[in-house]
Design a binder for this molecule. Sequence first.
Ligand code: COA
Length: 174
Amino acid sequence: MNHKGPDYWRKEAEYIFEQDPACHSVEEAYLYPGLVARQMHQKAREEYLEGNYYQARVISEEGRRTTGIEIHPGAEIGNHFFIDHGMGIVIGETSIIKDRVTMYHGVTLGGVSTDPKSKRHPTIGNDVVIGAGATILGNISIGDGAQVGAGAVVLKDVPAGATAVGVPARIIEK
Ligand SMILES: CC(C)(COP(=O)(O)OP(=O)(O)OC[C@H]1O[C@@H](n2cnc3c(N)ncnc32)[C@H](O)[C@@H]1OP(=O)(O)O)[C@@H](O)C(=O)NCCC(=O)NCCS
């Protein structure tokens, strides 16, 4: 696993500063709970991949207490993952999040299966925006560039570039 050093996190802080109109400096971006949660996830995942599941959980639970964001150490997370606000986010063990994803507070990437060997959680494509309070369940895919509306409950794949809203979510014509 490639270790992510200060230069990597500098670039991530710069990305937050570019993305968020409410952020007034790169230094401020370092305070974002989303960035802190990702840094802690990085350490937890290193332990997880070494098979140190207890130690990995110690770190991820500390991350949850510190930021209100719960990321399972097994989750695979790409670059420029922008978590805005963050409180109440839950990201399950077999989730995959690709690059330049934006996620607001209260989002759940959850499982519906209890089979420990299966991929139980969603795969989020590049450049996806997931609105506040959205719930995405099961081993489904959100295609590149798709948008998931605030409050949506997504139970089926969302095609690339589509917008999904509602409970259960439907694809809306733009
Ligand atoms: C889904 C979303 C991306 C769509 O934005 P948009 O492309 O500009 O779409 P519009 O606002 O033109 O809405 C299109 C239709 O979808 C409906 N819609 C939009 N967002 C919706 C949502 N979250 N849930 C249910 N319906 C929604 C609108 O009522 C409209 O329906 P209509 O055609 O019957 O009038 C946006 O509404 C959204 O939910 N963004 C999340 C942002 C967020 O969570 N911000 C938190 C910041 S703290």
